[in-house]
Design a protein. Structure first.
Ligand code: SAM
Length: 222
């Protein structure tokens, strides 16, 4: 087997993306576990996770690393956030905001065994309802598939440290089905430009239709 490091905490085993399992023996969404040279790796499915898709499609940098604190907006049942939890490790923390009760029930089970994931059953628009629990974070990850996702990101940017990064999956169809995706993305960039610079953007349509994955850097208070 050949293990190649992609980013801190992110590897490829024989070209398959994976992270090192923080909770040995535990699989979150049916992904395979591979034991190799004393480490247990979890395969990371790009069809289930937009971050995995972006990495496989050439993401240039990932500021989320061991010890990072991450505010995760739209954690759903914990697929991607559990891999983020592997990356940040036991010294880091992933604050998982999720609005759906059904998804939250599944997410609770994941957070129960992963002590660096904190479930927050709230609307990500209501930042004051969880800001005291979260404090200031190193990075934001947003995948809420909501029409007002630009506004949701701006509200939460107050919790991001200056020069911190935000990783955002934008589904053009969730914002406006009738509009050309390019126009949707342009409107998004114009709006979040009040706080963020765009570092890179990757079309991840090969794995998830009509999705753009963008890396932003907080450069202004807004
Ligand atoms: C596409 S799914 C996220 C998938 C997840 N990021 C992953 O890769 O494992 C979008 C999630 O955002 C949640 N969501 C939508 N609007 C939200 C809001 N205003 N606040 C919090 N969560 C929200 C939905 O309930 C859904 O679970």
């Amino acid at each position: 087997m050949e293990v190649e490091k992609v980013f801190d905490g992110v590897f490829k085993i024989d070209s398959r993306l994976c992270t090192v399992n923080l909770v040995k023996g535990s699989s979150v969404y049916g992904e395979d576990l591979i034991n190799y040279r004393g480490r247990e790796y979890r395969l990371w499915n790009p069809y289930r996770s937009k971050l995995a898709a972006a990495i496989l499609l050439g993401l240039n940098g990932l500021a989320i690393k061991e010890g990072s604190t991450v505010l995760y907006l739209g954690a759903a049942t914990g697929t991607t956030s559990s891999h983020v939890s592997d990356i940040v490790g036991s010294k880091g923390m992933v604050y998982c905001v999720e609005i759906s009760e059904r998804n939250m029930r599944e997410l609770f089970k994941v957070c129960d065994v992963r002590h660096n994931m904190l479930p927050i059953y709230k609307d990500a628009r209501d930042v004051p309802s969880y800001s005291a629990d979260v404090g200031t974070v190193d990075a934001i990850y947003q995948d809420v598939a909501a029409r007002d996702q630009d506004d949701i990101l701006l509200r939460n940017s107050a919790l991001l440290k200056m020069s911190g990064h935000a990783y955002v999956a934008i589904k053009s169809q969730s914002i406006d089905v009738s509009m050309d995706p390019k126009e949707v993305y342009k409107n998004f960039f114009d709006k979040v430009g009040a706080v963020f610079d765009v570092i890179e953007s990757i079309d991840i349509g090969r794995y998830d239709k009509k999705h753009l994955f963008v890396t932003l850097k907080k450069t202004r208070k807004g």
